[in-house]
Design a protein around this ligand. Structure first.
Ligand code: SF4
Ligand code: SF4
Length: 186
């Protein structure tokens, strides 16, 4: 059992960046009522927070729920207790990845991975490279269904095939290196 796994789950969540407000939740349900994607969550936003508070580590971290968050911030704006649920759900995603949980019925982590890969390579997102990486890692045949959309974007110059690196790429590399050092030390 790892150091963090022997730790009380709610305490661990509260120590992750974004998870600090978990103990402030009063289960009013406003986040769930405000959430445009709540109908596809395995457990609703307020249920997931209640489950963290109930120490349901495995159920929370293996759930696809937080991966359905669209980062619209409606819940964060409306939460009466400043829990910042959006950041909390992203904190749960980080914990799930850190502890090797694979969410069921969602390929969102693969999308995130390819997004970050593209940023690390170019300093900006290349939609073409990101989506190609995503389809190659999930279902290459699904890309065939997107050919007409891709062609429209390409022909209107809205999705270049190659990405131009940003000017401050070396500075970005230093920031990412520092970030990885800080995370490695945690
Ligand atoms: S809106 Fe805030 S206080 Fe209410 S259930 Fe959601 S997180 Fe908890
Ligand atoms: S930020 Fe995420 S959890 Fe909050 S309302 Fe939007 S989609 Fe739902």
């Amino acid at each position: 059992m790892g150091k963090t796994q022997s730790m009380n789950f709610v305490k661990e969540v509260s120590q992750v960046l974004g998870g600090e407000g978990v103990n402030l939740c009063m289960q009013c349900g406003t986040c769930t009522a405000s959430c445009p994607s709540a109908h596809i969550w395995e457990y609703t936003p307020s249920e997931i927070i209640a489950m963290v508070r109930a120490e349901m580590r495995d159920e929370v971290l293996s759930s696809s729920s937080m991966w359905c968050c669209l980062s619209c911030y409606s819940c964060t704006v409306r939460c009466p207790r400043d829990v910042e649920p959006t950041n909390l759900f992203h904190a749960l995603e980080s914990l799930a990845v850190k502890h090797g949980y694979k969410p069921k019925n969602t390929s969102t982590p693969v999308m995130y991975k390819n997004f970050v890969k593209s940023i690390k390579k170019n300093g900006r997102v290349s939609e073409f490279q990101m989506m190609m990486g995503y389809y190659m890692s999930t279902n290459p045949f699904a890309a065939l269904g997107m050919i007409s959309v891709a062609w429209n974007l390409l022909s209107h110059g809205r999705m270049p095939l190659s990405a131009k690196k940003i000017k401050g790429k070396k500075d970005l590399d230093k920031i990412i290196k520092k970030l990885n050092e800080v995370r490695g030390a945690q």
